[in-house]
Design a protein around this ligand. Structure first.
Ligand code: KIV
Length: 284
């Protein structure tokens, strides 16, 4: 394990002050968290996107708190030092402020998260106040909010028109006033993201497919390594074709086992001759 220092809000705001972009990735499992820790990723989001990337659902809606806690615990074991954010799944905060506080608390108590994220602005502002009032740092999420994909009319860019863009700015300012430490903007136009980044003073802005004007960037891990078979969003850049490498390896395995090339002597364990002879006599 690396000798890395624990990332704190202080570290993150120092990066903002120094003009160094914050790095953020999604992560859902121990080995990937280990690699992200070694690479020095600042913030890790255990996103409810795990419903699609890890569990194979068509949306994030079926994901439960128990799913989120199990994956967050694994990620924390792999990355003790990144700023770890648990993503509040569908219906874990919408019903009431009490449910929001209880479920946010589970991420902190059961998975050693540093913060939680939830989707929405004005519509969830009471929940945000309640969670922050309980001493739990909150990240907001505006723009394309996948838990409302049905109401938004699909996975599409948000805030292209002035009226919708104004609502996003207003929601961002409300979240800032409520005390969030950061706001994630997913798929809003770059100019809108930059404008909001310039407006907010007490929180930082992270972009997912929303341009360079933010204080930091987020990518979905599976998109950056070609690991999600159903589609690759336009906003994602593939940094390595891990999916192709794995598929080639799997095909080789099938062909080597079927062709008798695997395993070889170095892949198994032998028994001394005398022990084997004795075994045969014991079995007689
Ligand atoms: O669940 C997730 O990974 C997210 C990102 C899409 C922002 O919320």
């Amino acid at each position: 394990m690396s000798e890395r220092k624990k990332v704190t809000l202080r570290t993150l705001f120092q990066k903002v002050a120094d003009g160094i972009p914050i790095t953020m990735l999604t992560c859902y499992d121990y080995p990937t968290a280990y690699f992200q820790e070694q690479a020095g990723v600042d913030m890790i989001l255990v996103g409810d996107s795990l419903g699609m990337t890890m569990l194979g659902y068509d949306s994030t809606l079926p994901v439960t708190m128990d799913d989120m806690i199990r994956h967050s615990q694994a990620v924390r074991r792999g990355s003790p030092n990144a700023w770890l954010i648990g993503d509040m799944p569908y219906m874990s905060y919408q019903p009431s402020t009490e449910s929001a506080i209880r479920n946010a608390g589970r991420f902190m108590a059961e998975a050693s998260c540093d913060a939680i994220k939830l989707e929405g602005g004005e519509n969830v502002i009471e929940r945000v106040h309640g969670i922050i009032g309980s001493g739990i740092p909150v990240m907001g999420h505006l723009g394309l909010t996948p838990q409302s994909v049905s109401a938004l009319g699909g996975f599409r860019v948000q805030g292209k028109g002035a009226l919708q863009a104004k609502k996003i700015v207003e929601d961002a300012l409300l979240l800032e006033q409520a005390g969030v430490f950061g706001i994630l903007f997913e798929m809003i136009p770059d100019r809108l993201c930059k404008l909001i980044t310039e407006k907010v003073k007490s929180c930082f802005v992270i972009s997912l497919g929303s341009g360079l004007g933010a204080h930091g960037q987020l990518l979905i891990y599976h998109d950056m390594f070609g690991l999600y078979p159903k589609f690759k969003p336009r906003m994602a850049k593939v940094f390595g074709e891990a999916g192709k490498v794995i598929l080639e390896g799997l095909k080789s395995y099938v062909s080597e086992v079927e062709g008798g090339e695997f395993p070889q002597e170095e892949n198994w364990f032998s028994m001394p001759d005398d022990e084997y002879e004795e075994l045969l006599s014991l079995l007689d």
